[in-house]
Structure formats: structure tokens, C-alpha cells
Design a protein around this ligand. Structure first.
Ligand code: HEM
Length: 140
């Protein structure tokens, strides 16, 4: 698979995953539990797809360092994104597990953190792409 196709697939899957988290939040706030469940499970599936596409891409085309003018800002975004992406994995597993096993008191406590971290990771994933492609001296 080409670099461009893998970039598109990984950005599309993580972006759509973030949008589905937002939709899932809207659904639960308006009392639509079944839709909430479907949106959140679809968001989780897309996040797993993202991991696969990202893994293949990093293997076939090892990432190059950023060489643009906003290095400090870029590093802040990259490091916070990477740490929170790692944190998001167990958070997501626990949140989904508590949801599907109907442990709703605990689910409601942890889920807002999961949602915020998830959306941050999705948005900063796109921002990193913008840095590498448009704010870089040599292009991606
Ligand atoms: C990453 C996945 C998920 C996130 C981020 C998430 C997020 C949330 C949030 C923030 C709330 C609280 C809403 C409020 O207090 O106003 C909530 C409630 C709820 N969630 Fe999830 N959720 C996820 C997955 C699931 C799954 C897979 C199910 C499966 C059934 C589920 C079932 C529910 C139910 C039934 C409630 C309502 C609890 C109540 O009001 O008593 N959630 N969720």
C-alpha cells in the first residue's frame, strides 16, 4: 500500500473515531442509550483499525523528524499526543467493559475522562499531520 493511501486510511479512521465519540456523547445526553452504545463500539472499532494502519505505515515508511519552524510547539503536541494515546488504550478498554457489563455507576465516573482523552488524541493526530505536511521544510 502506498504512503498516501495509508496516510488517508489512518487519518480517516482516527478522525471518524473522534467524531463518533462526539456523536455518542450527544446520544447519551439525549437519552438514546442504544445509539450511544453503537456509536461508542464503532468508535472503538475504528480506533483499532487506526492502530493497524498506523502500524503498517510506521513499519513500511519510518517517520522522519519534523524540520519546520515550530519545533517547540510540534514537540509539545507530539509528546502529549503520544502519552495520551497510550493512556487512552486502557481507559477505552475499561470504559467499554463497564458499559457492556452494565456497571453504569463506574462507567459514568470514568467515561468523561475517556471521552476527553480520546478526542484530544484524534484532534492532535490530525494536527501532527498538518505540521508534517504543511508546516515542514521538506514536506512529509
Ligand atoms: C469509549 C466508550 C464510551 C464512552 C467514552 C462513553 C461515555 C459515556 C458518558 C460520558 C456517559 C455519562 C453521560 C452523563 O452522565 O450524562 C455514559 C453513560 C452511559 N453509557 Fe457510555 N460510553 C462509552 C461506551 C459505552 C458502551 C460500550 C456502552 C454499552 C452499553 C455504554 C452504555 C452507557 C449507558 C447505558 C449510559 C447511561 C448511564 C446512566 O445514565 O445511568 N457506554 N457513557
Amino acid at each position: 500500500m502506498s504512503y498516501e493511501v495509508l496516510t488517508f486510511l489512518s487519518l480517516a479512521s482516527i478522525g471518524l473515531s473522534g467524531i463518533l465519540i462526539l456523536a455518542g456523547l450527544l446520544f447519551i445526553k439525549t437519552g438514546r442509550r442504544e445509539l450511544h452504545k453503537k456509536a461508542m463500539l464503532s468508535a472503538s472499532f475504528l480506533a483499532l483499525l487506526f492502530l493497524i494502519f498506523y502500524g503498517i505505515k510506521a513499519f513500511l515508511y519510518p517517520p522522519k523528524p519534523y524540520e519546520g519552524p515550530f519545533k517547540g510547539l510540534y514537540l509539545f503536541v507530539l509528546i502529549s499526543h503520544s502519552i495520551l494515546a497510550a493512556v487512552n488504550f486502557p481507559l477505552a478498554v475499561i470504559t467499554v467493559f463497564l458499559g457492556v457489563t452494565n456497571r453504569l455507576e463506574k462507567h459514568k465516573k470514568i467515561a468523561p475522562f475517556t471521552a476527553v482523552v480520546w478526542i484530544y488524541v484524534a484532534v492532535t493526530g490530525w494536527i501532527i499531520y498538518v505540521f508534517m505536511t504543511f508546516l515542514n521544510r521538506h514536506g512529509a
